[in-house]
Structure formats: C-alpha cells, structure tokens
Ligand binder design. Sequence first.
Ligand code: ZN
Length: 257
Amino acid sequence: MPLYDTHCHLDFAAFDNDREEVVAAAQAKGVERFMLLGVAAQQWPKLIDVCQQFSAEFRFSLGLHPYFIEQHEVEHIKTLADCFESLSGIAQSQCKAIGEIGLDATCAKPELQLSLLNKQLGLATDYQLPVILHHRKTLDELLKAVRNAGIERGVVHAFSGSYEQANAWVEQGFKLGVGGTITYLRAKKTRDAITRIGVEHLVLETDAPDMPVCGYQGQRNEPQRVKLILDSLAELLQESPNELSSVLWQNSLALFN
Ligand SMILES: [Zn+2]
C-alpha cells in the first residue's frame, strides 16, 4: 500500500534536527514518496540539497509562494527560469512541478501576487510542468488565471471549497489535494465535495509541518500522518484503504511523472 505525500515541507527548519527519523517514521507507515515545495528563491538551494540527500524518495517543485511575498522580487522569475535550465543529474530528474504558487487574500501586495502567478503559469507552459496551487479565499480568482493561461495539469493544494468549485477544477484537468481538513467532522463542505467528486481526481498531502490532523492539534505535522488522512478518506468513501491507496498512488505518479 504505497502512499505519496504530495505536499510537505521537509526542508523547513522544523525538521533540521530529525529529518531522517521523520522520513523513516513515514516510510514505516507506507509513505514511499514525498513532494517538497519551492516557496522562495532564497529557499531553493536548501530544498534541492535536502532532496538530493533523499534522492530515491523525494521529488520537488520550484516556485514563489504568495505567503512569502515580502521576500520576492520580480527578478526572481528570471532566477526561476535559470534554475530550471541549470538543473542537472539527480536534481533534474527530481524536479516535477512549479509550486507552490498562487494567490492568498490574507497576504500583502495582491497585484504583485497576481503578476508573479501569471509569470509562473507562463513558465509552467514553457517547461510543460504541472502546477501546485496555494489559495486562501481566492479559489475562483485562481481558476480564472489558470484558465487564461491555458494550464490543464496540476493540483489544488488543500482543497477546501464546494462541490461546484471542485467540479470546475476537475474540468480544468486538476487534482484536488486532500489533507488534514477532511479529518475534522466540522469541515462538512470540504468532506462533501471530496466524497462526491470521485477518487480519480484526488491526491493525498499533509502540508507538514503545518495543517495538523484531527487529534494532533498544536503538534508539528508529519508525513507519516498521510496514513490517517487515507483512513479518514476511506471511511468517507466507504472503500478499503488498500484499494484507495493504489488509485491515489497512480494519480500522484501520473501527475508528477
Ligand atoms: Zn505548502
């Protein structure tokens, strides 16, 4: 029952003291692959470094996350393109997406956010890579940008919308990232959308060290809890975790092939 944590930040300082143990604990729960996310130009070198240390299990994306908007410069788009051009060897084979990019209504500089997003969507087309999207109160605005850019492959990280919104993203060719949110009974709208949309459109993710799974609030989140998210999803869909995990694994591989 292989599991793919398609969204985790294992390069972050929160894991500097015990990264190997965290990976081993996840592997013991069946997590065989980890997608790490680019968030800022200053962070990419360490991200790539960490990924090379775990070359068999780790994949990564590169991008400018709206949450770190204060660190971004317009020139970082050029740095990003240069980075894609200069990747070689193992790192080149591990780089599978552009992300995490998007729009966040709670962060500053909405115009700069949109302009960086559009430029990065352009790079996704140039390099034929899927995109990993961050949203906060911006799901519809984001879909508009993605449609305008003609992007038809990617994942909506931490999907938390209505069934109608889920449908619109799926029609655009996107997978929905299913994380800790569905483990909370109060997340009715998200649980309903995820249950109805069909497992062929889903991938699993933790967003570790953030987004704690129900029962682990206040603790550092870890990729091993992707197993708890799988179990929650299996319960919602009334399917066996084994069968479910093989479909989700295939979805993830197809997206980040
Ligand atoms: Zn993230």
